[in-house]
Ligand binder design. Structure first.
Ligand code: PMP
Length: 356
């Protein structure tokens, strides 16, 4: 039987998301937190495995809504924010516009659902190209616009003035989703305080970067009417009982969550300064829990790091060759820097020394 014949053309030509499980000693490739929460185990003991989970995830939504200063009706739970991207495009359709480079799932899901992609290159500083964005919005009339800020993989926040201009200029034509997966690590406040002012503004948040990636918990925060429509395409029990129970418990410990974020932000500063001193490396400033850096032989350095037990992400298509490293524990970061220095010292591509 020729299975190919049955696959929809948009799915046939699709490349699956690259999430390989490569064995390594130091895992700095997936923007996870190096700090987990043992308390999660206590919370899940009372979960009754024979019963379906709460379909509305009400207790969890109550806790998140309080934190966000919104009503529970403004929140929709997702099995990670990935699932919410699926639901948004299923609900509203395309064209779907986003800047590039950015989080690859916007494009993958758009294509999987047979919708049209509109990609607008970022400017040379990795910020939104305001003119280019507004022009493509006028020409292609996207129904959805995804803006990851801080942006994955570049690490920077986009200019909030430009984001506001985009939201305002599309108030009756597009929904603008600001994906704040990395907002907890940023110095700015983010867009939750603006939700009341713009009905076409939607925000995505996730617990994945804060030590709970294994639970798969994400949220959409938006106008109640918008949430109501997206909720219609949500699978009834999309958030399992173990994840709900663990997330409810862990979200109570705000002090621990904040402490971990502070630690990562402080380590990010040290990592950036170490990277800046290495000849042949160009790190880009980051407001997230990872750092993108340019390097001449990205494949060679990636493989060299892996040989030394350190796994990072190879961002081949970005700025003529870049790697992305997640901020780890102080020990993990030291091992990474030591391995990187060793590889570059032996590389014929690196001639000059930056000193220091
Ligand atoms: N948005 C961005 C910008 C991301 O980088 C990621 C994860 N890499 C996600 C969303 C998805 O996160 P989740 O684990 O909640 O599905």
């Amino acid at each position: 039987m020729n299975v190919k014949r049955f696959v929809k053309p948009n799915v046939y030509s699709l490349q699956a998301y690259q999430a390989k499980d490569i064995p390594c000693r130091v895992k700095l490739d997936a923007n996870e937190s190096p700090y987990g929460f043992m308390d999660a185990y206590k919370a899940v003991r009372s979960v009754r495995t024979n019963r379906y989970p709460d379909p509305a995830a009400q207790t969890l939504k109550n806790s998140v809504s309080k934190e966000a200063g919104m009503k529970p009706g403004n929140i929709l739970q997702g099995n990670g924010s990935d699932e919410l991207i699926y639901y948004l495009i299923t609900t509203f359709g395309g064209p779907v516009l986003y800047p590039v480079p950015t989080f690859s799932m916007y494009g993958i899901i758009t294509q999987a659902l047979g919708e049209k992609k509109v990609e607008v290159p970022l400017d040379k500083d990795f910020d939104l190209d305001e003119k280019g964005m507004l022009m493509e919005i006028r020409r292609k009339k996207p129904r959805l616009i995804f803006l990851s800020s801080p942006n994955n993989p570049t690490g920077n926040c986009f200019s909030s003035q430009t984001i506001l201009k985009i939201i305002e200029s599309t108030s009756s034509t597009s929904l603008v989703i600001v994906d704040e997966a990395y907002q907890p690590f940023a110095s700015s406040k983010g867009f939750i305080p603006m939700l009341g002012d713009y009905k076409n503004l939607l925000i995505m948040r996730t617990l994945s970067k804060m030590g709970l990636a294994g639970l798969r918990v994400g949220f959409l925060i938006a106008d109640e009417e918008v949430i109501g429509h997206v909720n219609k395409v949500r699978l009834p029990f999309n958030l399992n009982a173990l994840s709900q129970a663990a997330a409810i418990e862990i979200l109570k410990d705000k002090k621990a969550l904040k402490k971990n974020i502070r630690l990562i932000v402080s380590e990010r500063g040290k990592l950036f300064s170490e990277l800046s001193k290495i000849a042949g490396i160009t790190p880009y400033p980051s407001e997230a829990n990872f750092i993108l850096f340019g390097v001449e032989d990205a494949d060679g350095v990636f493989n060299g790091l892996l040989k030394n037990g350190v796994l990072v992400r190879n961002m081949k298509g970005v700025g003529g060759g870049c790697l992305r490293v997640t901020v780890g524990t102080p020990d993990e970061n030291r091992i990474f820097i030591r391995a990187l220095k060793l590889i570059l010292k032996n590389s014929p591509l690196v001639k000059a020394d930056k000193g220091g």
